[in-house]
Design a protein around this ligand. Sequence first.
Ligand code: 4HQ
Length: 242
Amino acid sequence: MKCDVLTLFPEVINAYLNESILKRAQENNILEVKTYNFRDFEEGRHKSVDDAPYGGGPGMVIKPEPLFKAIDFIRQDGEQRRIILLSPQGKPFDQSTAKEFSKEKKRLVFICGRYEGIDERVRISLVDEEISIGDYVLTGGELAALAIIDASARLVKGAVGDERSVEEESFSWGLLDYPHYTRPREFRGLTVPEVLVSGNHKEIWRWRRKQALKQTIEKRPDLFDKITLSEFDKKLLEEEDK
Ligand code: 4HQ
C-alpha cells in the first residue's frame, strides 16, 4: 500500500506512523507513506496558504494554488493515484473501504484540510473521492487520514505479526468482538469464564460466537439488522443461558 499525505502538519502524521505495527510495516515495505507540507508549494511572499472566504463569513479557506502545485509535483513520477479528500461531506469510511484500500494498486493521496475547509475548485478538479470518518467535525483532516491509513494498512498481508488475528475478524465480519481475558484467572474477585480455561476448543468457539452475537444485538442493533444469521447462529441465540 502506497500513500501520499498533503498536510500543513506532516509531523503529526509521521509521529503516529513511526510507531508500532505501522512502523514495522514501513520497514518491511508493506506500507509506504510520503508526507508533504503543502505550505512548501505556496510561492507568495508570506507563505500564507489560507485567505478569507468570498461572500464573507467567519474563518479562513485553504487557497487552491498550493494544493494544485503540490499535486503537480507528486504526479511527476508518473504513478497512478487515487486522490482522496477528507471531509464530513464524504462517503462514510468503513471496514469494506479499508479492505478495498488495502488491495489498491494505485497510490492513495490524502488531502488534509484545516480551518473552514478548502477552495471548492480543488474538490472539483483534483479530487477523485471525498471520504468521511464520521458525523462530527475535526479541526483538520489529519486524524481522518491516519484512521484510514491505519485501518487499511493492517489488512495488507504481512502487516500484522500474527495473521490469525486479521483472519479471525473476517470470520466474525459485521459483528462486534467477543470479550477477552488474560491472566490472572481471578482478579479483584472477578473470574474468567470457565469455558475459556476448559481447553475445549469447540465450546470456546461456540461461546465466543454467542458473545459476539449478543454484544452486537445489545450495543449495535443497527449492525445486527444488516447481517444474515447462519442456522448455527440462530440455534446459539435460542439456547438457554447456562
Ligand atoms: N473535517 N471525516 C477537514 C472532518 C472530517 C471528518 C473537518 C475535515 C475539518 C478541515 N474529515 N476539515 N469528519 O471533520 O473526515
